[in-house]
Ligand binder design. Structure first.
Ligand code: ATP
Length: 235
């Protein structure tokens, strides 16, 4: 579904990604893990068109997307739930969700997505007309994911969905991710919380200083000593 070939990206002269290649198959959940500064955010921002690659190519369902604008990429079926719960604080929950569905022309499809998202996140339904700034951190994260689902994506990119959240809320977020998987949506997830991310994933890919170090079945990675020491905080 998603194929990335020899991708390099820079911030000015600083090389953030160096010849990165990997793929994500339809229906898979893939966890991209790695330490701070490894290039995870840069990778997903490049896929969503928020940043331009200097070299390499990105294909989505066979079509080259690395020269497209972010809105064109959303239209093709890639939706990005950003890090840091970047919801619009002075807009209501309803308005935030409708923003996520702005590319969908058919009002019936928008209503269908809205129903799905509100069913998935009942807290958002309860607070539907409130301003997003009144939501807790966990609820804002749910809103960011809900907003990304409004465009009916084929591929959902989740950037640090558990960042800054309490353990109980993190558990809820990962349960919701399982529901989203059951809907057949392909997921690329980046997480500091590598253990949780690997538990819901089919495969894990490790990035180290802008390069792919290795990839493996997620279940095997959870038992891999090198991964356990370097990324799962074990001795
Ligand atoms: P984190 O989890 O800390 O966000 P990451 O794996 O997502 O880490 P990136 O944010 O993609 O890593 O950063 C990759 C590299 O690019 C790092 O060396 C980082 O310092 C550098 N970098 C990121 N953003 C910028 C920027 N706006 N300007 C200059 N360098 C940047």
């Amino acid at each position: 579904m998603l194929e990335i070939n020899n991708l390099s990206a820079y911030y000015g002269n600083i090389c953030a990604l160096r010849g990165v290649s990997f793929h994500v198959d339809a229906g898979e959940t893939v966890a991209l893990i790695g330490n701070n500064g490894a290039g995870k955010t840069t990778t997903v921002r490049t896929i969503s068109g928020l940043m331009k690659a200097r070299e390499g190519e990105i294909r989505f369902m066979g079509e080259r997307i690395d020269q497209l604008r972010p809105d064109q990429i959303v239209r093709l079926g890639i939706s990005h739930s950003p890090e840091g719960r970047k919801v619009f604080p002075s807009m209501t929950i309803r308005e935030n969700l409708l923003m996520g569905g702005y590319i969908v022309r058919d009002p019936k499809a928008v209503n269908r997505s809205l129903e799905y998202v509100l069913e998935l996140f009942p807290r958002l339904k309860e607070r539907y007309s409130q301003l997003s700034e009144t939501l807790s951190g966990g609820e804002q994260q749910m809103l960011a994911i809900g907003r990304a689902l409004m465009s009916e994506p084929k591929l959902l990119i989740l950037d640090e969905p558990s960042l800054g959240l309490a353990p109980l809320i993190i558990k809820q977020i990962f349960e919701l991710i399982r529901h989203i998987q059951q809907k057949g949506i392909t997921i690329l997830i980046i997480e500091q919380n590598a253990r949780q991310a690997l538990k819901v994933s089919h495969r894990g890919i490790v990035l180290e200083t802008g390069q792919i170090a290795f990839e493996e079945k997620a279940a095997d990675m959870l038992h891999n000593d090198r991964v356990r020491k370097a990324y799962l905080g074990e001795k």
